[in-house]
Design a protein. Structure first.
Length: 394
């Protein structure tokens, strides 16, 4: 199965690119739990801690398209390095403020600023993959590998935080976020594939001028809402079954299912049109999530969690490929940051809606919401029948 990944990793510099990007993005997987624990310890309020984490995520989503546009205009090296340094400083200020028992408002603001300064490593990687691989099939395999690595970040990040908290304090862990962000970004920028920026486009058009990209944003946001609902629903299922520790296990198995699905998807040779595959995966995601509605035990939850995760990385792979085909040269980074913004916005909305629904309709409610949101995403994707145009040279 892994033989199809050889042409991707055989590209000079590709393995180093993936490895350095993984390290540079590791703070993304660590930050939610680390910031939550830091603010909770400083304020003794889970409400303030939750608001701080939410502010960080929403600030990232709100600022990402503008940062992506800046990367397209002046180059990735001039943006990523200074942003990583600024985010490291912001994490340091957050630690100082928490240790000084600053107000909850001040901590929320600093967490939001740290989120706004997140270097757009992931969008840059996806743009580079589009530039590196001219063969469409190999490029899609590369996108699948990128989606799998993204899941690895969300699995390992919280585990690293949990281990670090056992050995040291939340303040030190948040300070570590800044160090890893700055060091990882520096290593990423030293990769030969990132050293040369693409030539500045002669015509600087926004990525949103592409009707194909605009049509993709609603399905992506709805997909994010479905994932956000599951992210709330799985811990609720574990608590309902009487096992708080199983919350992390169900979430880890969900991500593991995504990794397995992504590796399998990238190893296949696909003949069907890309958009048809995307629509089909959205529909299959509904079928894979539906068994969670009836799950009540930990054993059933474990099996259903893996099943529900199988389509996530393949869906992301299709999304990346569709976005890469939908915009003209010179606006690719902005396009991928719009995708990130739509996904994060959807995740936040889905988590909030799923959490509110549990108290009203029971433990099955988040999974019903997830199925409904993903089905609507599939219908909207089907409704857009115009084929994506090929990228035009600058």
């Amino acid at each position: 199965m892994l033989s199809k990944y050889r042409p991707v990793l055989a590209m000079p510099g590709a393995a180093r690119l993936f490895a350095s990007a993984l390290v540079a993005r590791l703070p993304q997987g660590m930050a939610p739990l680390a910031v939550l624990l830091l603010v909770r310890g400083a304020t003794h309020s889970y409400t303030a801690a939750g608001v701080a984490v939410g502010a960080q995520a929403l600030a990232t989503a709100g600022c990402a398209p503008f940062v992506g546009r800046l990367v397209d205009l002046i180059g990735r090296r001039r943006v990523l390095g200074p942003m990583a340094a600024a985010q490291a400083v912001m994490y340091a200020l957050l630690v100082v403020a928490a240790d000084a028992r600053a107000s909850a408002v001040a901590l929320v603001v600093l967490a939001g600023l740290a989120g706004a300064l997140l270097p757009p490593i992931a969008p840059v990687v996806r743009v580079l993959l589009g530039e590196m691989f001219e063969d469409v099939a190999v490029r899609e395999t590369a996108y699948s590998l990128e989606a799998v690595l993204q899941e690895l970040i969300w699995i390992t990040g919280p585990l690293i935080v949990a281990l670090a908290i056992a050995l040291t304090s939340a303040s030190n862990v948040v300070a570590l976020l800044g160090v890893v962000c700055l060091g990882g970004t520096a290593v990423f920028l030293r990769s030969p594939l990132t050293r040369a920026d693409a030539a500045a486009p002669t015509e600087r058009r926004s990525a949103l001028s592409s009707p194909e990209l605009r049509a993709l944003l609603a399905p992506i946001a709805l997909t994010g809402a479905g994932l956000g609902a599951i992210e709330v629903g799985l811990p609720s299922l574990a608590l309902h079954a009487g096992s708080r520790p199983a919350s992390g296990l169900l979430l880890a198995l969900w991500s593991l299912g995504s990794m397995v699905g992504g590796l399998w998807y990238g190893s296949r040779v696909w003949r069907s049109p890309l958009r048809t595959r995307y629509q089909t995966l959205l529909a299959v995601a509904v079928l894979c999530t539906a068994p969670l509605i009836a799950a009540r035990s930990i054993t059933a939850g474990m099996l259903c969690s893996v099943l529900a995760g199988l389509t996530i990385a393949p869906m992301f792979s299709c999304q990346y490929a569709l976005v890469g085909r939908s915009v003209s040269a010179g606006s690719e980074t902005e396009a991928f940051t719009w995708v990130s913004a739509a996904l994060i916005g959807g995740l936040s909305a889905g988590s909030a809606l799923g959490g509110a629904a549990i108290g009203q309709a029971g433990v099955s409610a988040p999974f019903v919401i997830s199925c409904a949101a993903t089905m609507l995403a599939a219908l909207l994707a089907v409704g857009r029948r115009r084929p994506a145009r090929a990228r035009q040279p600058a």
